[in-house]
Design a protein around this ligand. Sequence first.
Ligand code: ADP
Ligand code: MG
Length: 162
Amino acid sequence: MSTFPLFLPDTEAMEAFGGSLAACTNGGEAIYLHGDLGAGKTTLVRGFLRALGHVGAVKSPTYTLVEPYELATRRTYHFDLYRLGEPEELEYMGIRDYLDGEAVLLVEWPQRGEGVLPAADLDITIDYTESGRNLTLRSHGERGRGLVDCLEGDKSQVANLD
Ligand code: ADP
Ligand code: MG
């Protein structure tokens, strides 16, 4: 596991970070977003999707639990599991069809799906600060490390390093 801290001063920086993360994916990554309501999880996802060409709104799929995005280079599933009752409900939703090794999973409230969701390649924890947000990235395994290495090599993100 390696960890990587970032400070993001505003919404634009959060969206830009999401875009950098998107550029570092190859497909098949499971990226889990931790943080309270309003921390900025959906903002990060919005930046991710727009960087891959999505035009238009990105809202948390609070009631539908998952929103698929068929983008030119990357199929992405955005989950918000805040209202998930039991992890097993993910099985009834057909979670297995989403785990095809090519789609990227971006999951808000992943702890609600523990035991059914695959292990994360990258956990991102977002904490409030007085003037913005602190992010802590924790990578697991080689695919996660690849993501963090790529982000560390991204000059536009280096300025945000602690
Ligand atoms: P969540 O999905 O975690 O509930 P949202 O992304 O929906 O949170 O909302 C986060 C709120 O915080 C939005 O109003 C957004 O503009 C703002 N925000 C996001 N990132 C930052 C940041 N780095 N600094 C300050 N405000 C931010
Ligand atoms: Mg959200």
